[in-house]
Design a binder for this molecule. Structure first.
Ligand code: FES
Ligand code: FES
Length: 267
């Protein structure tokens, strides 16, 4: 089964590095140098050029000023003159990361932070989490947020039990790091029903008896919702192909196809 059409195109590390650098600047301005150092270090590891861009833009435009985030020195023409940022060239590692007004002796931030602060937007609610950088989105959902509707089957990207929507597209949560989902809207099975009414796909699964033990069902339903959102599923063959990344040990495949066909006709 190919999920090429289901996974967001990989844009390189620049967007993630920019987001981390922007958060690092906020932390630095708030006086939290430890968090700032960790975030800058991780952003620099991902894409040093993106970090330099963020620092340069911040000084040049005075963006993101808040009451606790004073404007940069108007006479400063570089991040270093503004008291913010690196003194080393991109890719050459850190010499000094200094919050404005606290420039002092050079400090060496940890080169390999093990935890990062992220904002996970799940089912319309934003959660501030600090996670080990190796934490999968699946574990963040289940273990940190208590959303156990998303199931762990193989943890290898082969069964589809962990399927959720990220930016509206299907992803395997076991193959997605939580830090990659930072600031990308996530929808899980818990977020489908509205005002107590089941989503049409959920309703169709009930009416067509499309599950037995139910372990694969939340992944099947999330994948089906993604399929319909993408405008696919015009034939049973296409439904089977698009759902082929979701395995069902109970063999409820025939009824699953029936349910998805019915849901497509209902919406
Ligand atoms: S648990 Fe993610 S694909 Fe199996
Ligand atoms: S219903 Fe049991 S694994 Fe699918």
């Amino acid at each position: 089964m190919s999920r090429d059409n289901d996974v967001p195109a990989f844009e390189g590390h620049k967007p993630q590095a920019r987001r981390l650098a922007e958060k690092a600047l906020d932390a630095s301005r708030a006086g939290d140098d430890t968090t700032a150092d960790a975030l800058f270090a991780e952003a620099d590891r991902l894409d040093p050029e993106a970090v330099a861009d963020v620092l340069g833009e911040d000084v040049a435009t005075g963006q993101r000023r808040t009451s606790r985030n004073p404007a940069p020195d108007r006479d400063a023409s570089s991040p270093e003159q503004a008291g913010i940022g690196r003194t080393a060239a991109p890719g050459q590692g850190f010499r000094t990361w200094s919050a404005r007004g606290t420039a002092g002796a050079p400090r060496t931030p940890p080169r390999h932070p093990t935890a990062l602060a992220i904002a996970l937007e799940v089912n319309g609610q934003t959660h501030a989490l600090t996670v080990d950088v190796r934490t999968t989105l699946l574990d963040a959902l289940r273990d940190h947020l208590g959303l156990s509707g998303t199931k762990k089957g193989c943890a290898l990207g082969q069964c589809g039990a962990c399927t959720v929507l990220m930016d509206g597209k299907r992803v395997n949560a076991c193959l997605t790091l939580a830090v990659m989902a930072d600031s990308h809207p996530i929808t899980t099975i818990e977020g489908l029903a509205e005002d107590g009414a089941l989503h049409p796909v959920q309703q169709a699964f009930v009416e067509h008896d499309a599950f037995q033990c139910g372990y694969c069902t939340s992944g099947q339903i999330m994948s089906a919702v993604g399929l319909l959102t993408e405008g696919r599923g015009d034939s049973d063959a296409e439904i089977r192909e698009q759902m082929s990344g979701n395995l069902c040990r109970c063999g409820a495949y025939a009824n699953i196809v029936d349910a998805i066909r019915a849901a497509k006709e209902a919406v």
